[in-house]
Write a protein that binds this ligand. Structure first.
Ligand SMILES: Cc1cc2nc3c(=O)[nH]c(=O)nc-3n(C[C@H](O)[C@H](O)[C@H](O)COP(=O)(O)OP(=O)(O)OC[C@H]3O[C@@H](n4cnc5c(N)ncnc54)[C@H](O)[C@@H]3O)c2cc1C
Length: 457
């Protein structure tokens, strides 16, 4: 009997070995790393997950926990076993100020369930089709993170199955070391099976002011003011190129752009009249107030859906996505961003974008989410869609942008294209490296969970 048959007899969920199922989880949104598993398990319960992990440890098999597979360096891929968490996707209960969910639920499903009660999670990612387990494992950043921190910071309690196959509940008051390892822990220590999350009452409507800046320094100054005053609920900015043709650079002609910076500043509103521009925008140094958008709050949560639909229709969703996101110290943001943009050919962004998300360090608390010191921080992401023939050209450039961010005191967000060697991983975790190694030895002693991504030696 093969080991996959043996496993199928031990678990009550489905164990799938057919070609189509294995192929469907052989790569991720990055489309760079390919690992075809020998079996895909759709667990029926936390007990099932425990059985799978004990089985894997006994047979020295690697296990990748997969949410929606939106990460980009093979974080959710395995040559042996993939745990497809989509089978654990129930909303368990809603109580005053909290919701309990299974980890494979998508944030979209959760938001839709909660809409009628007019409550929502404090922080939502741009893409709502990612899973609760997937973003709690990375951090989960959104346009309200400057105020509420990451999704991992809004998590109150978890049920997890450690790499050793033990089912454990943990929180800040109970099994804290496990709770602190698993949140933003990149799936290295345990499989999250259930999460208790904060939810909050929200207003029914929103108003977004679409502002355009032609000066990065002015944008940064205004973002600091807006965060300090708390004038808006959500803040999101981009770097948008206006191509200027080609210029000579190092003996070659290279495309270049004049960069502009759209800022969307959003406030939730009640049934009364929405606040006027004169009131909300006074003193800001934008170049143009382009548009004011009003709507029901759930429309704001799904505002990026039309963009992702365009990426899918146009085919760029299926390109490679070596996304390079980082969190920068405020002091080095202007220099770093302007230098990166000066060297970025604008056509490299077709089917992608460059994000600038202001943040506050004091809003975040999950210890393994590495960020620069200081209160004012900037999230920056180069998010291209790259046709395969261009990949060899693009990866070294993104590697340089990543190195430069780190040299300037930044920390990488770990769901994207991360090609760290052992030394870079140690440097990423800095003084927490010893805690990371200790947690790995304690909770996943045989190193079966997502091996190869974090390089321990
Ligand atoms: C179009 C798009 C937009 C995005 N926008 C944002 C954004 O606004 N903010 C943001 O923060 N991120 C964003 N991301 C990144 C995305 O949120 C992360 O890649 C996230 O990890 C994906 O969740 P997933 O369910 O697809 O997880 P996967 O990619 O399947 O897994 C991610 C990691 O989590 C682990 N994991 C998954 N489930 C579990 C579990 N139950 N227990 C333990 N470990 C688990 C996996 O092993 C892997 O290491 C975006 C991605 C895309 C493609």
């Amino acid at each position: 009997m093969s080991w996959t048959d043996e496993l199928a007899r031990e678990v009550s969920g489905r164990v799938l070995t057919d070609e189509a199922t294995r192929e469907a989880v052989a790569t991720d949104f990055g489309r760079i790393v390919v690992r075809r598993p020998q079996a895909v398990v759709c667990p029926a319960s936390a007990e099932d997950v425990a059985r799978v992990l004990k089985f894997a440890a006994r047979h020295s098999l690697s296990v990748a926990t997969r949410g929606g597979g939106h990460s980009q360096t093979g974080q959710s891929l395995s040559e042996h076993l993939v745990l497809d968490m989509a089978s654990l996707c129930q909303l368990v209960r809603v109580e005053d100020g909290t919701v309990t969910v299974q980890a494979g639920i998508k944030w979209r499903t959760l938001v839709e369930h909660l809409a009628a009660r007019r409550v929502s999670p404090p922080v939502l990612t741009n893409n709502l089709d990612v899973t609760v387990g997937g973003t709690l494992s990375m951090g989960g950043l959104g346009v309200a993170s400057w105020r509420h921190g990451m999704q991992a910071d809004t998590c109150l309690e978890l049920e997890v199955v450690t790499g050793a196959g033990e089912i454990v509940r943990c929180s800040s008051g109970h099994n804290r070391d496990l709770f602190d390892a698993v949140r933003a822990g990149v799936g290295q220590f345990a499989v999250i099976t259930e999460a208790v999350l904060k939810v909050r009452d929200h207003q029914p409507h929103f108003r977004s002011f679409y502002l355009l800046y032609d000066d990065l320094a002015a944008l940064l100054a205004d973002l600091k003011t807006l965060m300090t005053e708390g004038r808006f609920d959500a803040l999101e900015a981009w770097c948008a190129p206006c191509p200027q043709g080609f210029k000579k650079l190092g003996g070659q002609r290279q495309a270049f752009a004049q960069w502009f910076y759209p800022l969307h500043a959003t406030i939730e509103t009640d049934a009364g009249p929405a606040p006027a521009a004169a009131e909300k925008l006074h003193g800001l140094q934008y170049y143009k107030h382009v548009h004011t958008e009003d709507g029901e709050l759930p429309e704001f949560f799904t505002r990026l859906d039309p963009l992702f639909a365009l990426w899918k229709r146009g085919g760029s969703w299926d390109y490679a996505h070596p996304w390079m996101e980082c969190v920068l110290p405020w002091q080095t943001t202007a220099l770093y961003v302007s230098q990166v943009l000066a060297n970025l050919p604008p056509q490299a962004l077709a089917g992608g974008h460059i994000l600038l998300w202001p943040a506050r360090g004091m809003a975040a608390s999950a210890p393994l989410f590495m960020r620069p010191t200081g209160d004012f921080l900037m999230g920056f992401g180069i998010l291209p869609a790259v046709p395969k023939p261009f990949l060899d050209e693009v990866l070294p450039r993104l590697h340089m942008a990543s190195q430069a961010a780190i040299l300037m005191g930044g920390k990488r967000y770990l769901s994207g294209w991360v090609d760290f060697d052992h030394a870079a991983w140690k440097a990423h975790y800095g003084e927490r490296w010893a805690d990371v190694v200790a947690a790995k030895n304690k909770f996943d002693p045989q190193g079966i969970l997502n091996p190869g991504f974090v390089k321990y030696e």
